[in-house]
Design a binder for this molecule. Sequence first.
Ligand code: ADP
Ligand code: MG
Length: 698
Amino acid sequence: MSLANRILTCAIRTNYIRNHGSRSACYIHKSFQHAPSISLYRDSRFNFARNLSSQSSDEKIHTIIRETEKPVGSSNKHEFQAETRMLLDIVARSLYSENEVFVRELISNASDALEKFRYTIHTAGENEKNYENQDRALEIHIGTDKQGMQLIIQDTGIGMTEEELINNLGTIARSGSKHFLEQIKEKGAAVQNSSNIIGQFGVGFYSAFMVADRVDVYTKSSKVGSPGLRWSSDGSGSYEIQEAENVAYGTKIVIHLKPECREYADEDRIRAVIKKYSNFVGSSIYLNGKQANVIQPVWLMEPKDVTLEQHTEFYRFIGNTFDAPRFVLHYKTDVPLSIRALLYFPEGKPGLFEMSRDADIGVALYTRKILIQSKTANLLPKWLRFVKGVVDSEDIPLNLSRELLQNSGLIKKLSTVLTSRVLRYLQDRAVKQPADYEAFYKEYGLFLKEGIVTTQDQTEREEIAKLLRYESSKSPDTKISLSEYCSRVGLEQKVIYYLCAPSRVLAESSPYYEALKKKDVEVLFCYEPHDEIVLMQLGMFNGKNVTSAEKEMRQDNADVSDLGEGSLRKSEIDEIVPWIKEKLSGKVSDVKITNRLDSHPCVITVDEMGAARHFIRTQSHQMPEANRYALLQPQFEINPRHTIIKKLHKLKTSDPELGELLTRQLFVNAMVAAGLAEDPRTLLNNMNELLSKALEKH
Ligand code: ADP
Ligand code: MG
């Protein structure tokens, strides 16, 4: 078996054991026998709840932290190099935005030390005899001491020799972990195992000096014959190294807190920090003897191995919620980026807060199980803010302080990859779980529409549009997708028609639909006011223009020379059109004849009806009426076959006053039919005048 394969097998086994608590014969298992609560995720929520509720009395205390170390002999004083001193100052003063992250850094180091020990023993082969105390449990212990103002972090990992202490802790920006990985790679070993190692910059350790007056490190390497050592520094110019007795294998870091940082000697505070950043670290973390991290990094498990209960539990944990996920998208890929993603679509309705565009993204970014940011802006587009979950990527460029480079091209790329995966997933749900999808669409369709309106990318827009569902003139009871519409109308029809109206009844009786209906053209009916903005923004789908029935009408030019039976004649039209135009001056930009109406005497068309209606709804009330018309440029289109229009032509000479009232009324009616009347009450004044005039002779 190649070394690469061995490491892979080891990694798989390790995970397997973590997930299933197996105890078959393998060296790793021994260590886990001592760490029972790491093995079963299933119970973890209860463990977790118990851990948080100040622990029940029957819980066993398990700690390895003891004050046994005794420095012996003389100590050697070492000066930090000049650059190290400078860097140290930066790390301690200004690198990290929040000082609580030192806990994350030290736990990460402890976890790295355990991984290195696992790896070293597993690959030692004949050199196995060179390492002592191989069967120990691999754990991280944290102790808080309020009185002593101390925080202690101890691991049973690889430990350090004197040389390593000098190299790794004496020189800032020299990462022993990175060096370790490079060595593995040089040996040609696989990279799989490396994903468990967190360190890379060689500065994390010094973050302890943000909160510490002094840091003591007791360490003992497993290499045969290594003495126990004590490293100590106040983080200014120098550090001391001295041998010490009774040092346990591994590393123990004692942080003497600055008075203003005494909060880190508080158990609850530390537990919260562990939960926030290091909850998914691969080894057990005990805080004052009680397990503090118990949730498995479910996203790193094989998707098929995760049960629904596990998902629900994990979803509730990360989403801080009590509902369950309705859909789960769990996948991993290495191309074009390494991504482990676990995304949940909530079962509950979106809350008011989520509806707001100010809400945060619900997805946290991890790399190598360590939290980088819990609500990572730009990781997904805003319109997907209802999605909850975790994304873990080793390819994320972090800066020294492990804070995210928000605007890096890679985050953009990651977001694009994730978004298209989410879209494909939802498209799939629509096919495979139509009823569930319909329920989802009902509650979250609005977010998809927001996506269409806000994205800058037409391809993405069309991908989102595949998720839209509308009734159509030919499908009264079921909603169809745009793709279905396209396949129904065939290739010859180059346009997708839609009509926005408050209800089906109004859509069916709309003057704008009349002509298309006559030609038996299928039209999508949308009943939400925002739909027309969405479809207008979409513009194209599948190579077809997405056009409103109203716009189609506006663009149509009637052939006035052939108006057929029962119509006003050309000469009559030439008289009536300018007359109407004059009577409606300041209101309409043009008056035209249309051939498309049947039962309606006239319509108003504007360039973009959707935008116009949006404008009327949102802004027009602040504007004088005349300006409003100047902006909308309404076109008044009359049906020369309609009785009212024919009558109007007569009135023009027989009773011009009544003719004018009628014209104005027709205009107002048409504005109402177009959904452009700001307030239908404006109808009434003119209407009453018209009625009194019409009734005068009776
Ligand atoms: P990084 O973790 O990025 O390598 P750090 O400053 O956090 O940088 O740590 C520097 C180095 O010190 C590590 O690479 C590792 O070699 C060593 N080290 C730190 N903490 C421990 C520990 N608990 N056990 C063993 N070695 C450690
Ligand atoms: Mg580190």
